[in-house]
Write a protein that binds this ligand. Structure first.
Ligand code: CMP
Length: 139
């Protein structure tokens, strides 16, 4: 299969960022059910990105493929005209479209300049898949 040939790239991070990402993943309702090794690998593979205040990070209805952890600044989550919440550093967002294989369920807008860690669908699914394969080969 295609995922077997994906090379996972590690992006270096200081200890503070490593802890912030791991904590964010462990606090997220879905991610917390992953294995500890998967959490670590996702953390290692997340790459840094920044956006300016006012930028749209995620547009409701789009085909989305990136999961984010907010490191600095804040973002607002809206659905149509309705404001759902504000997200502060140390939180995961953008996970629902990948997990449920649906379009983006809400719009996410940068309220300030923001610093994010990101992982794309291919890396994320490779990590899920490889651990699954390793497990399977243990029998
Ligand atoms: P996703 O659907 O991929 O893209 C939009 C993101 O906004 C979504 O993942 C969640 O991470 C986040 N989101 C959607 N609805 C809510 C909500 N009611 N409260 C907080 N975050 C939300």
């Amino acid at each position: 299969n295609q995922l077997a040939h994906v090379t996972l790239t590690n992006y270096s991070k200081n200890e503070e960022s490593r802890e912030l990402i791991q904590k964010a993943l462990l606090e997220n309702d879905f991610m917390k059910h992953l294995e500890a090794s998967q959490i670590l690998t996702i953390m290692d593979c997340m790459y840094p990105t920044t956006l300016a205040q006012g930028c749209c990070v995620i547009q409701e209805g789009d085909d989305g493929s990136t999961v984010y952890v907010l490191e600095e600044g804040s973002v607002e989550v809206t659905k149509g005209e309705r404001k759902l919440c504000t997200i502060e550093p140390g939180k995961v967002f953008g996970e629902l479209a990948i997990l449920y294989n649906c379009t983006r369920t809400a719009t996410v807008t940068a309220l300030t300049d923001i610093k994010l860690w990101a992982i794309d669908r291919q890396g994320f699914q490779t990590i899920m898949m490889r651990t699954g394969l390793l497990k399977h080969s243990n029998y």
